[in-house]
Design a protein around this ligand. Sequence first.
Ligand code: FMN
Length: 202
Amino acid sequence: MPDKRRIIVGITGASGTILGMRLLQLLQPIDDFETHLVLSPAAIRTLGIETGYSADEVRAAADEVHNFRDIGASVASGSFKSEGMIVAPCSVKTLSSVATCQSNDLISRAADVCLKERRRLVLLFRETPLHAGHISLMDQATRNGAIIMPAVIGLYYKPQSVDEIVDHLAGRALDLLGVDAGSVRRWSGEHGRNIGALDADD
Ligand SMILES: Cc1cc2nc3c(=O)[nH]c(=O)nc-3n(C[C@H](O)[C@H](O)[C@H](O)COP(=O)(O)O)c2cc1C
């Protein structure tokens, strides 16, 4: 067995590339985990447009980085043990590849491997509005075993900044892999007293 619990993070070219970076940052201080990153070329382009991070800064936040085209990388094999994979954000194109098992790049191959090995695969799908084809793909990916987690904001915890929204979404994605990185502001009832950053009197 590996010493550390491995989590694969795929970042694709949908809007919200900061989500993938935040996942890596949340996992970085937790000793138990080893992150494996795959960045698509479109993700690098979108990252440059919508964040202040360079691709190298994102790569530096991961323990291991794999080339998008290297379909022979460790994470492409089911014999490589991992806790699962999060694709954040997940584009329509990558959702389509996962739903139809195309495996023609390392993100969709590693994702398909997680599904065949019955490991967790969380897709933070980001597109709006949706046509029937997108909805069919979400249905097919769910039937294959993936968890579709649309990158939709919650307002119940009264986020004060984009950073808070990103922290919450990234933390909720990690929840699905059984990891509590401490970034989720948890609801404990409308009149709850022990509700983290929520103010019960508001
Ligand atoms: C600034 C920018 C924002 C984009 N936002 C989205 C998006 O939110 N959802 C989506 O499915 N594609 C989006 N795209 C298009 C994808 O990047 C494109 O379909 C790409 O081929 C996805 O490839 P990948 O899944 O391999 O990263 C965006 C592209 C750019 C440049």
